[in-house]
Ligand binder design. Structure first.
Ligand code: NAD
Length: 324
């Protein structure tokens, strides 16, 4: 298919574009910043840019991964999030519906499920988060605008028959977490494969699966994360002493961690459950916590990217976006 892929200069886009091409698709990359995979430099918030992209490239389907995301909160005003994440998604949905497309894939985020209370991890059990989680009350403008965009996908599926798959994707960024500082970056990422992370390659694969299954599904929202080894019956123990639970599932984990000077998580306050995506999309992340331990055991490189220096591509139009 001739695919319009937004966000091609970003972290996910640079993995997803070649993966789609390998699957036989023609990829037309659109991003506000330049990049090796980006053919059209422009903003999704600009309706004329989107309409021109459709007219000039005979687009047959859209994967909308471009966005302002969490690290951008400190860099851009609230209005920019509305423009890019909400209006930008609307522009793409409208163009796709008018062109009579039969599928649309939207990259959302597990952040839409994270309330202040879940973030504070004050409960006496880990929150078990899947597609039935609600009511949703995201705690920042990133989550709020992603949730609004999800809503737009839902009504375009209902009112225009445009099959829309929303992927509530867990974290796959390579940089350091901007809030947690007491663990090394690699230690923290390794821990997150237990409950809230996947590799960027797996995130890309989920989009490929969603694109293929969308027409048959019609409309669906899926949590995308590496399979957790835990079950809901572990929720209390994870909150009280997560390291002991991990040791129960993986008896050599404490020793492997100690050898690296790493720490297992003391407490886990949330678990993302991606089983629905496995059932409906046929997507199961290849890299999970067991793969991380296997690499530690064998001395192989860790099976995930870690790059403290990574930052989103600089925007040539930074000032224009800030003042819009
Ligand atoms: N990185 C993560 O851990 C993570 C987790 C969950 C969801 N997501 C979502 O995955 C998607 C990709 O994230 P990423 O990590 O590759 O981020 P990224 O910042 O590396 O890439 C996002 C890209 O979108 C582009 N973009 C921003 N505004 C745009 C606009 N107005 N028009 C066109 N392009 C625009 C940026 O220039 C950038 O290249 C985003 O939708 C993000 O919300 C990311």
């Amino acid at each position: 298919m001739r695919l319009l892929l937004t966000g091609t200069s970003g972290w996910l886009g640079r993995f997803l574009a070649p993966r789609l091409r390998a699957g036989g698709h023609m990829v037309i990359g659109l991003d506000v910043a330049p990049g090796a995979e980006t053919r059209i430099i422009g903003s999704v918030a600009d309706r004329a840019v989107v309409e021109r992209a459709f007219a000039e490239h005979a687009v047959e389907a859209v994967i909308h991964a471009g966005a302002l995301h969490k690290p951008d909160i400190v860099r851009y005003p609230t209005q920019a999030f509305i423009d890019v994440n909400v209006t930008g998604t609307l522009n793409l949905l409208r163009a796709a519906a008018e062109a009579g497309h039969d599928r649309f894939v939207f990259t959302s985020t597990t952040s839409v499920m994270i309330t202040d209370a879940i973030r504070a991890e004050t409960g006496d059990a880990a929150a078990w988060l899947d597609e039935s989680t609600g009511p949703l009350a995201p705690r920042n403008i990133y989550g709020v605008t992603k949730l609004a965009a999800e809503g737009l996908c839902r009504i375009y599926a209902r009112d225009h028959g445009l099959a829309c798959i929303v992927l509530r994707t867990a974290r796959f960024f390579p940089e350091e977490d901007d809030t947690v500082r007491d663990l090394t970056g690699e230690n923290m990422k390794a821990n997150e494969f237990l409950n809230r992370r996947l590799t960027v390659e797996d995130a890309a694969e989920a989009h490929v699966m969603a694109l293929g299954r969308a027409p048959a599904i019609g409309s669906g929202t899926y949590v995308i994360s590496a399979p957790t080894p835990f079950s809901p019956s572990d929720a209390r123990a994870l909150r009280a002493d997560a390291a002991a639970v991990v040791a129960r599932y993986f008896p050599d984990a404490p020793e492997l961690y100690t050898a690296r000077g790493w720490r297992l998580p003391a407490r886990i306050g949330r678990v993302y459950d991606g089983r629905l995506a496995e059932r409906d999309l046929g997507f199961r992340a290849r890299t999970d916590f067991a793969c991380v331990l296997e690499a530690m055991r064998s001395g192989a490189p860790l099976p995930f990217a870690h790059d403290p220096s990574y930052g989103s591509a600089p925007w040539p139009s930074d000032r224009a976006i800030k003042t819009r």
